[in-house]
Design a protein around this ligand. Sequence first.
Ligand SMILES: Nc1ncnc2c1ncn2[C@@H]1O[C@H](COP(=O)(O)OP(=O)(O)OP(=O)(O)O)[C@@H](O)[C@H]1O
Length: 226
Amino acid sequence: MTGPLLVADDLHRSFGPTPALAGASLSVAAGEIVSIMGPSGSGKSTLLHCLAGIVSPDSGRVAYQDRDVVAMSDRERSALRRSQFGFVFQFGQLVPELTCLENVALPLRLERVRRSEAERRAKDWLDRLEVTELAGKRPGEISGGQGQRVAVARALVTAPRVIFADEPTGALDSLNGERVMRLLTGAARDTRAAVVLVTHEARVAAYADREVVVRDGRTRDLARTA
Ligand SMILES: Nc1ncnc2c1ncn2[C@@H]1O[C@H](COP(=O)(O)OP(=O)(O)OP(=O)(O)O)[C@@H](O)[C@H]1O
């Protein structure tokens, strides 16, 4: 494959009478970190959800490795998400009944990896995200910043080619936000995963190679100058 890894072209999507996307386009190269910024309600999350195959656009094209994501069956799209994508949301969305180790191992267990192997790989990622000591704790027993680092470990454990991060630092103070971003982008660069990052915060967007601004459902590319 020589073209971009992931492409959205001229996406339109409305929710009832509300247009969320009105001609949004974005392409992401393998290993590239792209931030999506813009005012509240401008369509950032909808764009991310379309790129990730979670929401289907009303019109326009989404392609992953030249495969048409919109034309896939639900089953094919789920398989694509499980095998190629990782997700980090604003509030870790860890499973409260499971320990942190079990949470990180879960995507591998869903892919039928043996428990011992899944937990070995999960432990490696907890170490990497500097939360080794949380392995046996449940999400209710840890802080928001720790929870986000566990969520990043869970997103990376399957070696995804793209990590989708929607306001991953939105619920954190600036120090914890910086730490999560440093660990997330460091791990993505080490594993050559691309990152699509939605954020309100310029400081968080600065971790990206490239910034895209969404306004009224339309995208505008900004070259990174710094
Ligand atoms: N599931 C939905 N049902 C109805 N309206 C929706 C839905 N998802 C998004 N919208 C509407 O589409 C528009 C774009 O929403 P979106 O969440 O993509 O924006 P955003 O830029 O991510 O906003 P924020 O920064 O506040 O999260 C908004 O007007 C929103 O209310």
